[in-house]
Design a protein around this ligand. Sequence first.
Ligand SMILES: Cc1ncc(COP(=O)(O)O)c(C=O)c1O
Length: 386
Amino acid sequence: MDRYVGVAEPVLGDEERSNIAEVLDSGRFLQGPYVEEFEEKWADHVGTDHAVAVTNGTEAIQLSLKALGMEPGDEVIVPSLTFGSTATAVVHQAGVPVFADIDRELYTLDHTDLERCLSDETFAVMPVHLYGHPAEMEEIREFAAAHDLYVIEDAAQAHGAAYRDSKVGSIGDIGCFSFYATKNITTGEGGIITTDNDAIAENLRMLRSHGMANRDKHVTLGYNHRMSELNGALGTAQVDRLTGFNQRRREISERLHNELADLDWLEPAAVRDYVEHAYFWAPFEIQPDKIGMTGKEVWRELRERGVETRHRYNVPLYDQPVFENHRGFNSEFPWSANPNSHKYDLSLPHVEEVVGNMIGLPNHPNLEEEDIQYVIETVREFEETI
Ligand SMILES: Cc1ncc(COP(=O)(O)O)c(C=O)c1O
């Protein structure tokens, strides 16, 4: 192997380092100026009145559900192809995730499947801007408005993405981001919640800090999900660089798409002309019948040739044991608190066609020209060398 090109790498610079040193010297690790500055910059970037920083993206979703007033047994419609915590966050808040199919071209929540998922208990719809491409928010919002549902954007993979000129995180009632180490920008671990609603923002600030309205009063059942100053110090430096990072991700991803377009076994994912893609991934759909291999085999073989790829999601959420085996309110999932008899032995057609076949090629801003060339050549020669 001439080279090994990794799929994700945080890009950290002098400002991140000097900010961290300053926090260490100051001895102030919580609720200090860096978290506040990060929140202000993030709200400004997304275009919302508020941004509330928390410990990670999963807690961002959980606190959002709680701040919106979700009750035990309430249902939240989620796509079936996403990271687990989109749905486990619902269960942690005593809600029931209802699994919808995905759009066959975009891999995001299929708005035409929402009607099937609707019940009297439906509380919210949670689209995920998967791989950095925004979900079809216009249709999803219309459906939610018609049925009086909240819209929670899971934007954990889509920093800086936009849908019809609105940044993701500003389109639904609430937006949730993650700053995990592999994301377009990182705080190590971290998350943030965006909203225009003053009361919800106030509630979120209390919920993340022990439910306290002031230092003497616990007014609601809260948590300790505050972001530390160390994470905030990274975040405030990273947010300034997001647009530049995303520009580079776009250039690399478009180049990969163009230069590999003639390979019949590797289909580049669609990009709508009314969105700005964040290119968290440079996503491709493997055609197993054309290459004669499964997605997992392609992922493994490419890695052996020095090209690491992302390869997810490989199990639909409705097949994840966590939901089947979960007990709550003294009954099996879905719980007896919920009067509906949703079936969880699902097999949704688009999910079943796609699952296991998605890979993301390396596209992070640290890549050198030689790395990109190596990825292109390795993938182009792949068919001949297996
Ligand atoms: C779509 C999606 N939602 C939620 C999360 C959870 O974020 P975190 O890892 O920060 O808890 C992730 C993963 O990072 C994700 O990809």
